[in-house]
Design a protein around this ligand. Structure first.
Ligand SMILES: [Zn+2]
Length: 386
């Protein structure tokens, strides 16, 4: 049996790591092209320039224009044509990083990835998602290898809005359940072989870390501070989930996410938010125990992740729309067919509605419990007033 495990060459996480960027680049070359988000460039330019100056590096700065498109990739390749033996560095959000990976792929250069938030599991993977200039999905670019280095500066990530961190937790939530389903069906992972024990163990650790530290981390980041829980969640969202999904496998949760994107109202919700609801639907498809489902519902509620259709913008349920989501989720190329049993669109349709109902009831029960807990307090207040 062929098993495959892949991962980034090096993962570095810590306070102020961006200021050591020059040192990290110099491991590979003294020349680099930096592709940077405008916001980051405006706020951290001095820090980046200083660290590259100390190492005497020859750097070309390219401000990312906002779309990971073939046009943008070609623009940066052309701009770096006069430099040889370069390192490509991407600093910013997912699309900036995907552009950097694609430029490195075409110029056959090493690539350093510096995410400025922990909102998805994409940074560590050997994959770029290419869009048209209008922002529509165009193609997946499968890279020859994972990034040479991934650097997470906790100082920058703690300052990003907490919704990004929560969204990353939604993406990471699916990792264990999808890897478990892929292993149970003996399907191949994205890495192109069966999952190793290593990948499954990392996916499980990812889920356990979310349950243990998710709520605490969300609270800390709301105050823009970094605690041990925040550090653990950054690692879970980026490294554990990144390696877990790529070498462990995807299944129903991500396929349902992809189907949900056909409904326009969901577009303002992040990838990880829709994946969280997709995870709940997968658990219903699997007919998991209420104990497991409640654990996931409780976790999602505690960090502000969606558990109902209306939480992802679908306030009016239209049968044909949901059926369309189910059909798209069951496309022949979708990862839903990594589930350990046959799945058809009728089952997915049913699971979406049942998951929505479980989410709604969970909210009602929680609200009732909150009211009950408040009653003695209100009475006590009344007593003092009269
Ligand atoms: Zn994902």
């Amino acid at each position: 049996m062929k098993k495959v495990f892949q991962s980034p060459g090096k993962y570095i996480q810590g306070k102020g790591e961006l200021s050591k960027l020059g040192e990290y680049i110099s491991v590979y070359s003294n020349k680099a092209v930096l592709i940077i988000d405008g916001f980051i460039f405006d706020n951290y330019e001095e820090q980046i320039r200083q660290s590259c100056k100390i190492e005497n590096l020859n750097i070309k700065y390219e401000r990312f224009t906002g779309e990971c498109s073939k046009v943008e990739i070609d623009r940066i390749i052309n701009a770096s044509n006069d430099m040889k033996d370069i390192v490509i560095v991407g600093i910013g959000g997912g699309k900036t990083l995907d552009t950097a990976k694609a430029v490195a792929y075409y110029t056959q250069s090493p690539v350093i990835i510096v995410p400025t938030m922990a909102s998805t599991d994409a940074p560590c993977s050997a994959l770029s998602v290419i869009y048209t200039q209008k922002g529509e999905f165009s193609e997946y670019l499968f890279l020859k290898s994972n990034p040479d280095m991934v650097i997470m500066d906790t100082d920058i990530i703690k300052n990003a809005p907490s919704r990004f961190l929560a969204s990353g937790m939604g993406d990471a939530l699916a990792t264990y359940f999808e890897a478990r389903a892929t292993a149970n069906s003996n399907s191949n992972s994205i890495a192109g072989g069966k999952a190793t024990k290593t990948a499954i163990a990392l996916a499980k650790l990812c889920y356990e870390t979310l349950l243990e530290d998710g709520y605490k981390a969300k609270q800390a980041v709301e105050n823009h501070v970094c605690t041990k829980a925040v550090e653990n969640i950054i690692e879970a969202n980026t490294l554990l989930s990144g390696v877990g999904f790529e070498s462990g496998g995807l299944a129903a949760a991500h396929a349902i996410h992809n189907g949900l994107t056909a409904i326009e109202q969901t577009h303002k919700y992040f990838h990880g938010e829709k994946v969280a609801f997709g995870t709940l639907v997968q658990l219903v498809l699997e007919n998991e125990s209420m104990e497991e489902i409640n654990k996931v519902l409780e976790f999602c509620e505690s960090v502000g992740l969606p558990i109902t259709l209306s939480d992802i913008g679908i306030s009016e349920i239209k049968e044909e729309e949901i059926m369309n989501v189910a059909k798209l989720s069951c496309d022949v190329n979708e990862t839903i067919h990594n589930m350990p049993f046959e799945v058809d669109c009728e089952q997915v349709y049913a699971a979406i509605l049942a998951a929505d109902s479980l989410g709604k009831n969970f909210k009602i029960e929680k609200m009732n419990l909150d009211i009950k807990l408040q009653v003695p307090f209100i009475r006590k207040q009344d007593h003092y007033q009269y």
